[in-house]
Design a protein. Structure first.
Length: 165
């Protein structure tokens, strides 16, 4: 399915981008399995294409593993922790959503014409700025995830953003 292939390409590009961020700023990034921070402790929303990718990933698991995840998902509260988080690790890590792949890293977003860069407060503590070419721009990701069929020539843009993070 073309949409899913495009989504996989986007994930590969996001992972590469995040890898480059870690290459440059690894010593300032504390994200790790079992982090006591709360990024997976609150509910997240996913786009339909991401939910579809979860469903496909479940098909690759044993019936016992898949039913364990479905059971946890049925018990989950809309505003509780992610039901895929168990013992500090993600049960579908390889198929995690874009927000989970990028959370904690510098992300440029725009609201009411105002741009800002956000990142986890546990990261980048000793830094006063982050290079513009290591900041993830949220808009193209949302555009693709919201309307994957309409996007042609998928590419994460290297942004031009001079303000210090
Ligand atoms: S984003 Fe923050 S809370 Fe989440 S794993 Fe990274 S450091 Fe921990």
């Amino acid at each position: 399915m073309q949409v899913l292939r495009d989504y996989q390409k986007l994930i590969a590009e996001v992972d590469q981008f995040c890898y480059e961020i870690r290459q440059r700023y690894g010593k300032y990034i504390t994200c790790k399995k079992g982090c006591p921070g709360n990024c997976c402790q609150r509910h997240i929303t996913v786009f339909p294409i991401e939910a579809f990718a979860f469903a496909r990933a479940l098909l690759q698991l044993s019936p016992e593993q898949a039913s364990h995840i479905r059971y946890r998902a049925r018990l989950a509260s809309s505003f509780g922790p992610c039901p895929l988080l168990e013992d500090g690790a993600c049960l579908l890590y390889g198929s995690r959503a874009i927000i989970c792949r990028t959370h904690g890293y510098p992300i440029l977003s725009e609201y009411n014409g105002h741009q800002s860069v956000g990142y986890c407060h546990k990261n980048f503590k000793e830094l006063s700025s982050v290079s513009a070419d290591r900041i993830i721009e949220l808009a193209p990701l949302k555009i693709f995830l919201g309307k994957p069929k309409k996007v042609v020539g998928l590419k994460l843009r290297r942004i031009r953003y001079s303000k210090s993070a």
